[in-house]
Write a new protein. Structure first.
Length: 86
């Protein structure tokens, strides 16, 4: 499964969410992802735009230096920036 996309950062999450949802609606996107850190854990919120969903999934924080040491996948274009530079 692959979804090309991008990440935005806003100092005011609520204001940023409003803008991103408006853009997602304009381009007929079904949902947006919102990432945040709380108590040293990474979370991904899936917020429906054209569909009814609002769920939060806990994820693991990853040490990219350790990941790079253990796997050549970091250097692939779909796994990170060109050349694996994180």
């Amino acid at each position: 499964w692959r979804e090309d996309g991008f990440v935005l950062k806003f100092s005011d999450a609520a204001a940023g969410r409003t803008k991103v949802v408006a853009a997602a609606e304009a381009f007929d996107q079904g949902a947006i992802y919102e990432y945040y850190v709380d108590a040293d854990a990474l979370y991904r919120r899936t917020l429906g735009v054209k569909m009814k969903v609002d769920e939060t999934t806990p994820m693991r924080l990853v040490d990219h230096a350790e990941l790079r040491r253990r796997s050549d996948l970091v250097g692939l274009p779909w796994a990170g920036p060109a050349g694996g530079l994180l």
